[in-house]
Structure formats: structure tokens, C-alpha cells
Design a protein around this ligand. Structure first.
Ligand code: NDP
Length: 447
């Protein structure tokens, strides 16, 4: 921590938000970057802009009651943290996972403020979700849960107020049920109230692919500034969900070889390169566990239950599952095995110790809030299409995404250089994102 004022702000955040470990971690990472900003812009400290950014504008916690297929009553908890609306309506996904509690939603909402600012698009930061686990529930149960969840949440949403999307456990199926219930209650076809919609009812081409594709564009740019490319690189991608699948797709399109992916039970290793059609069939169509990939493959693909995917030698690692999945030891293993670039599709997948290992070893390290911003950026493109009642082609939308990602990379890279830390994307992303939000907040006075 460079500045005493920042240390004090951090201590206050910890005290005011007890036991929210992931939120503390996300705040610490940003505050660790802001010392040089306060040195240049002391008025931001006087006006307590950082303290204000660390306090959500609004936090909503609600009960979600629903009935399972046996008629038993189930009770879950719903969250929406509307963190910051300085740059536009609140925007950020919904996560359905048993690990969800307020600290997870606040860490994700806090990250989202800076990520959304980096896209350069008019969107504020928010996040929501529930401790409901869609895994193991029938479609009917998921529908009843989503309807009950939206029956409370709808009053806080609107295309100019708050626009959720998907995240872990919330894909096209869940967005469909949520949108259907919103439309029914609001009695309006308000397409721009949710993103990640189906293509036949207001969705955007490339939204499904956007986070993974965008992360690969970012990795490609990180290598380009080092006069290198993704072509021929051996890659490991954790997860086997939305982000992981489309990360693998774009890596393969750019000539890289992805040898492993995972779920929370284990990983599959496929020396010849992951068979993407088979992976999509297993995960997207049949919603099976990842071991089914190896079972069906029949040609040397190996399933390793409870295995640590980061022990597999690779040149490029793209964590695309969940927070804190790479610790200091995993990072050291990756470095020892020759990894030269780590680019995060997931949010905060690397612990602070892991980040230090990568930075000390001069690994190109692209943090999630910059590298995975392609998802929310394409959500903003979906909102643009909804507002103009238009729909764009795949090629046009992908080109827009690629331009946005290249611009985010350039902004982070140049800001890091400007603040005396060339190649430090953590510093560049945090400072550039922060300044955009801070300047807008400052212009609004004390609100
Ligand atoms: P999905 O639900 O589609 O997939 C998540 C994948 O990660 C699954 O394979 C899941 O395995 C695995 N996973 C989840 N939790 C854990 C865990 N605790 N340990 C090991 N594996 C786990 O989610 P997404 O692909 O949408 O999201 C992945 C990451 O990307 C998240 O960090 C999310 O916040 C981030 N992200 C997503 C965006 C999007 O547009 N979807 C945008 C920006 C960031 P299992 O099935 O076993 O749970």
C-alpha cells in the first residue's frame, strides 16, 4: 500500500463490511493501484471519491420461495447490489451458485464498475444472483425459481435503471424465464431490460461468444506487444461453461492448441487438442459433467477427477471458471512449466499471491476486469440494437467487439506506461477505470 490514506480507507471497508473476504480482496487490489493517482489528483481524496466508490449506491436482499417437482417448498436468498451509476444505468450479471453470499456479489459488483468504465460505454456497475444451484434441477424447477426471483427483482430494473445479464449458472435458459416473467409483470416488451437474450427475441449475435472471444483478443494483444502471437501455443483453459467454450473456440481459430479444460469435479486432458464439437454437445446441449467428454471421446482423452489443471504444462493459461482458482503455488507451477501469458476470462481467478508470482516472473498478466470486459461490452451493443430496433450481422458485431477489446488493451497499456509501470495491466486497468468513474462522480457534486 503506497499511501496512508488508502490504507485507512481499506481498513474502514473491512470494518464496515465484516466477513466479506472476496469484497475486501477486490477493494484492496484497486486501492493498491491508486497511490500515484492521489499524488497527482489530491482533490479526489478531499472529496472522498474513493470512499464513495467503495460504498454501493443500493443493496437489495430478498427472499425467493419456490416449489420443487415433489411439491416441497424451497427457500433461497436473492441479491442485487447496484454499486455505481455514474456512467450509465446499472449493468452486470446474475450468478446462481450455492457459494453466493453478499461478499461475492459485492466483489463482482465492485469489479464491474471499473470493467464497465474501461469499455468506454455508458454503463454503470452492478451484480446480483442467488445461492440457488440450477445444477440437478429440472427445467420446470429452474423456471419456477426464476419466476419467483424476478417477481421481486423486477421493481428495481428497467432499461434506463438496471440491466442484468448472465454469469455462472445463468445462461440462455435462465435469461428466457427471467425475461418472460419481467414482461408479464411489467406488461411491456422492454427488450433492453436484460441482455444475453435469445436471438429470436431481442438478443445479439456474438453475445454468447463475446467474453471468451474478447479475452482471447486481449491475450493476442498482450503477446503482440512482446512481438509474439498465439499461433502454435499450447493453452490450458479452466472451466467448461460459456466463457471457457468460446475462449477455446477463438484460441483454436487463431491457431493455438488447447489441451485441457475442467469443471468443479476434475479436468480433461486431450493431447491432440480439445474437440470443440464434442465439448459443446456434452456441456451446452446435454448439460453433462466434463467426464462425459472423455467417455465419449474414445481416442486418448483423459479425465482426471479432482485434478489440478494448473499442473499441466502450457504457454498460455486462461482461467475461465471462478474466483481464486489460481493460488501462489499454482502460479509458481505455471511459471516453472514455461507459461508466458495468463489472461483471465473469469472474475478475480488469481489470488494476490498468484498475481505477485506472475508479475515477478514478467509473465504477461491480463486481469479479468480488463480481459473479460468483452461480455459486458457486447451486452451494451445488444442494448444499442434493442434501442434502435435493429439487429446486426455476426461479422459486424464481432468487429465492434474486437475494436473495443483492442481499445481496452491500449488504454491499460498506455496508462501503465504513463504511471511509470510499463506492462503492468493491473495498474493500468485500475487507474484508467477509476479515473473515468471518478471524474463523472466529481462532476455530479455530493451524490
Ligand atoms: P458457467 O456457469 O457457464 O460456467 C462456469 C464453469 O466454471 C463451469 O464449468 C463450472 O463447473 C466451473 N466452476 C464454477 N465454479 C467453480 C468452482 N468453484 N470450482 C471449479 N470450477 C467451477 O459460467 P460462465 O462461463 O459464464 O462464467 C465463468 C467465469 O467468467 C465467472 O468467473 C464469471 O464471473 C466470469 N464472467 C462471465 C461473463 C459472461 O459473459 N458469462 C462475463 C465476464 C466474466 P461446474 O459445472 O462443475 O460448476
Amino acid at each position: 500500500m503506497i499511501d496512508e490514506r488508502l490504507e485507512q480507507i481499506y481498513q474502514d471497508v473491512v470494518q464496515r463490511n465484516p466477513a466479506e473476504r472476496e469484497f475486501h480482496q477486490a477493494v484492496r487490489e484497486v486501492l493498491d493501484s491508486l497511490g500515484p493517482v492521489l499524488a497527482k489528483r489530491p482533490e479526489l481524496a478531499e472529496r472522498k471519491i474513493i470512499e464513495r466508490i467503495c460504498e454501493p449506491e443500493r443493496q437489495i436482499i430478498f427472499r425467493v420461495v419456490w416449489q420443487d417437482d415433489c411439491g416441497a417448498v424451497r427457500v433461497n436468498r436473492g441479491f442485487r447490489v447496484q454499486f455505481n451509476s455514474a456512467l450509465g444505468p446499472y449493468k452486470g450479471g446474475l450468478r446462481f451458485h450455492p457459494s453466493v453470499y453478499l461478499g461475492i456479489i459485492k466483489f463482482l459488483g465492485f469489479e464491474q464498475i471499473f470493467k464497465n468504465a474501461l469499455t468506454g460505454m455508458p454503463i454503470g456497475g452492478a451484480k446480483g444472483g442467488s445461492d440457488f444451484d440450477p445444477k440437478g434441477h429440472s427445467d420446470d424447477e429452474v423456471m419456477r425459481f426464476c419466476q419467483s426471483f424476478m417477481t421481486e427483482l423486477y421493481r428495481h430494473l428497467g432499461e434506463y435503471r438496471d440491466v442484468p445479464a448472465g454469469d455462472i449458472g445463468v445462461g440462455g435458459r435462465e435469461i428466457g424465464y427471467l425475461f418472460g416473467q419481467y414482461k408479464r409483470i411489467a406488461n411491456e416488451y422492454e427488450s433492453g431490460v436484460l441482455t444475453g437474450k435469445g436471438l429470436g427475441w431481442g438478443g445479439s449475435l456474438v453475445r454468447k461468444e463475446a467474453t471468451g472471444y474478447g479475452a482471447v483478443f486481449f491475450a493476442d494483444d498482450m503477446l503482440k506487444v512482446r512481438n509474439d502471437t498465439l499461433e502454435g501455443k499450447t493453452c490450458v483453459v479452466s472451466g467448461a461453461g460459456n466463457v471457457a467454450i468460446y475462449t477455446i473456440e477463438k484460441l483454436q481459430q487463431l491457431g493455438a492448441k488447447v489441451v485441457a479444460c475442467s469443471d468443479s469435479n476434475g479436468y480433461v486432458y486431450d493431447e491432440c487438442g480439445i474437440d470443440l464439437d464434442l465439448l459443446k454437445q456434452v456441456k451446452e446441449v446435454e448439460r453433462l459433467r466434463i467426464d462425459a467428454y472423455a467417455e465419449r471421446h474414445g481416442n486418448g482423452a483423459r479425465y482426471v477427477p479432482a485434478g489440478n489443471i494448473w499442473e499441466i504444462p502450457c504457454q498460455v493459461a486462461m482461467p475461465s471458471a471462478t474466483q481464486n482458482e489460481i493460488n501462489g503455488r499454482d502460479a509458481a507451477t505455471l511459471v516453472k512449466n514455461g507459461c508466458i501469458a495468463v489472461c483471465e476470462g473469469a472474475n478475480m481467478p488469481t489470488t494476490p499471491e498468484g498475481i505477485r508470482v506472475f508479475q515477478d516472473a514478467k509473465v504477461a498478466y491480463g486481469l479479468g476486469k480488463a480481459a473479460n470486459a468483452g461480455g459486458v461490452a457486447t451486452s451494451a451493443l445488444e442494448m444499442q440494437q434493442n434501442a434502435s430496433r435493429d439487429s446486426w450481422t455476426f461479422e459486424y458485431t464481432e468487429a465492434r467487439l474486437a475494436t473495443i477489446m483492442r481499445e481496452i488493451h491500449r488504454t491499460c497499456y498506455e496508462t501503465a506506461g504513463e504511471y511509470g509501470a510499463p506492462g503492468n495491466y493491473v495498474l493500468g486497468a485500475n487507474i484508467a477505470g477509476f479515473l473515468r468513474v471518478a471524474d463523472a462522480m466529481d462532476a455530479f457534486g455530493l451524490v
